[in-house]
Design a protein around this ligand. Structure first.
Ligand code: 6GU
Length: 227
């Protein structure tokens, strides 16, 4: 999978993909992430990519022309399956969207800054608008990092134990069950006996029960329409 990201602050995205699982995904050739500084397509030598909004109002808006030229140039190399705009008024991102996105080949992500981007770019090019939650970030970059991480780890071969993503929280609309490691007794706090007995069927049942219990307590909304 190839992910291209257009941003005015590429520095914000250099860290998240340079370590751990996202680094390994790229080393294995399963994922490429390319950052594109929008200033490369600035309208003048001052690096201008934004301007005041029509109709007055506080905050700058990212202009059509730099974004148009950036998209045009990147489209010469690839046909994008999705052009995603990161914005707090987008569709709420969840595991189901991550699953769908992980099956795409080429994705372009546009990170908004300031008041957002000129609506005409959204109308003409953007195929999907994503928000990562009901709060406002100062730009789309951190949200893009979240989305790329969630998608990237689902690409087949990225996780060591391929089955492990299947048991993530949310894959069945259930939160994950608790996990334990050694020692079996830590300052008097004990690991549930059933995990020590080594009966895989019982362990599986216990995990399912715990997941259900956990979900009922914390996120009953996930169970709606289930059962
Ligand atoms: Cl995608 N962008 C911004 N700026 N704020 C957000 C967001 C995105 N998702 C939640 N808050």
């Amino acid at each position: 999978m190839n992910i291209d990201i257009i941003t005015v602050v590429p520095e914000l995205l250099e860290g998240p993909f340079s370590h751990s699982i996202m680094k390994r995904a790229q080393e294995k050739g399963l994922l490429t992430v390319q950052l594109h500084n929008l200033r490369k397509w600035a309208i003048n030598k001052h690096g201008q990519v934004d301007d005041y909004q029509y109709g007055s109002g506080a905050g700058m808006v990212m202009m059509c022309e730099p974004l148009f030229n950036a998209i045009q140039e990147l489209q010469q190399d690839k046909k994008f399956d999705e052009i995603i705009f990161m914005t707090p008024d987008g569709d709420l991102f969840n595991q189901s969207t991550a699953n769908q996105m992980s099956m795409k080949e080429n994705i372009l992500i546009i990170c908004g800054h300031y008041k957002g981007i000129d609506q005409r770019i959204r109308d003409a090019y953007v195929t999907k608008e994503i928000s990562i939650g009901d709060y406002v970030l100062s730009g789309g970059e951190l949200a893009a990092a979240v989305v790329v991480d969630a998608i990237g780890r689902l690409i087949p071969g990225v996780l060591n134990d391929e089955t492990s993503a299947l048991f993530d929280s949310f894959q069945d609309n259930l939160l994950a069950p608790p996990v334990y490691t050694r020692p079996a007794d830590f300052k008097g706090m004990k690991v549930p006996e059933i995990l020590l007995q080594g009966d895989p069927k019982k362990v599986e049942e216990w995990r399912y029960e715990q997941a259900l219990l956990h979900t009922k307590e914390r996120r009953p909304d996930l169970l709606k329409g289930d059962e």
